[in-house]
Design a protein around this ligand. Sequence first.
Ligand code: ZN
Length: 299
Amino acid sequence: MSGRAAFALGAIVAVCGTADYANDSMGGATCTPAATIVTEPAIPTQGALFRVRVRNVAPGSQLTGSVAGEALHFSADSIPESLAAAPIDSPDSLTIVVRCGGSDSIVARIGTTSGNYPIERLQVAPAFGRPPDSATAARIDRESKRAVGVATRSHTTPQLWVGPFRHPRDARITSGFGGGREYNGAITSRHMGTDFAGTTGAPVLAANRGVVRIVDAFFYGGNVVYIDHGAGLSSAYLHLSRQLVAAGDTVQRGQTIGRVGATGRVTGPHLHFIVRYGSVTVDPLSLFAVAGDSSGTRP
Ligand SMILES: [Zn+2]
């Protein structure tokens, strides 16, 4: 008897679900009452990528949304999902907004956790190099704007990346993301990329498929390559001795795009690798964690 009761209850739930879908298709643009935002990990790390999934949406829903001012790009799966970024300086919570079409939206507020990036606390004022002259300052500003331009443009590029992202070098990591220097309670600088070891001339590989947007010589970055992977993701490869691609090229995952070097502001040859979701710079290792595989040597 109890088994039959449970079956009846299940049937009622199913009927309710069907009714909801019918209402939604008639309205054309509403979230189902059962629609739920789920994140993975449940509590994202500041300075890292995470996944946003929306459960119980009407089939065929065209979801849009945003986290920390950056658009989300949902897959067409039955449980649509998107990558999202928690900025390194984000507050202890983030608001996720998902629109199912029109003005109807669901909102979730989630906690974030510190990345516990190492901070070097300086007792004396950091020694600044000679400040750049005005022409150099203007050049640095121009180059920074071009880099940000690639990052923001990636939101309007369709997803070009396929399968898992790979490390740009099969090499040891010599300096991780996020490490900072603090003086008088203020963080004066942070390492916003991951450094991979390499001697001059060693190969640098594209982390995934994408379109090359910048091949140039920058003041700080030296010889650089910037790749737009689409759906909000871009990557950059700095201090190269040689660039083996041109702006506009479509490159494949694992393609050799340049050679390790020591150009720009560096003390020795290595690869400085940058990953951005929209304009938010994130820990590249978080990209491998949420959308990577085991290729490439782990630290
Ligand atoms: Zn670096």
